[in-house]
Design a protein around this ligand. Structure first.
Ligand code: ASP
Length: 322
């Protein structure tokens, strides 16, 4: 009798374990991107690849260390995006592309998943790190999105570093514009999502926008729910790709909504959006996302995305091609 009881108990424990196949919760998790697009591996030299991988790893290490030390996900996504903004390899901050008439107009957004606070700036041409201006708008102003000169004035009045517009001149991007004036443009952006030790999610995205875009054009990045979104109940998302499609499909919020209302997991929700309607259009690009359990997904419908990921269990890596 005793033996049967023990056997039944063991059976019950096994059944319960099978019904809860969720992976263990990670203490912290982080993912970052440096833009996606159709990338032809043959056009990258070994040295180029190493250059990008080192830059991604450097940003990832900064984020990993900060999360392991217990910093908030909000601080970490800002810190990592600032690092990527300062690197001319990426189309954000220093390395931003040019508009059709030769200007730099930068967009950025940040979102705190613990309270759904969000801040963004769009079309700024003299703020060294637009992601910090976005955070300022979120924390110090009663608004979500400030644009152009108004955003710059607000940032400089509140101690954010401004630069002469010549700071954003890089020969590589200038030549890219010259080529694009004859042919098609190119994508690129930076972003970071993180889960911290307190279970809070945050997302940050920053971009120079689309190469050869029209003066005054605003993309998906500073539109909360399109290129950037975070909600502690679901996930944090940062997107990259042809912004007009990401705005029309409210990509980042759609992923969160599929989890919230339909009960999809992070990967199912991300794949549904990125490989579904978005890939049927010219909305080619990708997203990085992390959920409240520390699961990470890096989805793309293009042939490459500069990306990096890490979590407290020691899984980590950087990659470029699909
Ligand atoms: N999504 C950005 C924009 O449309 C560009 C990119 O990610 O490449 O402004």
């Amino acid at each position: 009798m005793k033996l049967i009881k023990s056997f039944l108990l063991l059976l019950l424990v096994l059944v319960a374990a099978c019904q809860n196949p969720e992976k263990p919760v990670k203490e912290w998790a982080i993912a970052l991107h440096g833009g996606a697009g159709n990338m032809d591996k043959a056009k990258f030299s070994e040295a180029d690849i190493k250059h990008y991988e080192d830059a991604l790893q450097e940003a990832l290490d900064i984020g990993k260390q900060a999360l392991a030390e217990g910093q908030s996900s909000l601080d970490v996504v800002e810190l990592v995006v600032r690092q990527l903004e300062d690197n001319p390899l990426f189309n954000a901050g220093k390395g931003s592309v040019f508009t059709n008439d030769g200007r730099n107009e930068l967009d950025a957004a940040i979102m705190d998943g613990s309270n759904l606070n969000a801040g963004a700036v769009a079309g700024v041409g003299d703020i060294r790190n637009p992601i910090s201006a976005a955070r300022l708008v979120m924390e110090k102003s009663p608004h979500v999105l400030l644009i152009g000169k108004g955003a710059s004035l607000y940032a400089s009045q509140n101690g954010i570093e401004t630069v002469d517009s010549s700071y954003f001149y890089t020969e590589k991007r200038w030549q890219l514009l010259q080529r694009a004036l004859q042919r098609a443009g190119k994508n690129g952006t930076v972003g970071c999502v993180a889960l911290d030790k307190n279970g809070n999610l945050a997302a940050a995205t920053s971009t120079g926008g689309m190469n050869n875009k029209r003066y005054g054009r605003v993309g998906d990045v500073p539109i909360i729910g399109a290129g950037t979104y975070a909600n502690n109940n679901t996930c944090a998302v940062s997107a990259t790709g042809h912004g007009e499609y990401y705005i029309r499909y409210t990509v980042a919020h759609d992923i969160s909504a599929l989890m919230e209302y339909k009960g999809l997991n992070l990967q199912e929700a991300s794949q549904t959006v990125v490989n579904g309607k978005l890939s049927n259009e010219a909305g080619n690009g990708g997203i990085i996302a992390v959920d409240k359990k520390g699961n990470i997904t890096l989805e793309m419908n293009s042939s490459g995305m500069f990306r990096g990921w890490a979590n407290s269990s020691g899984d980590e890596g950087v990659a470029i091609f699909k």
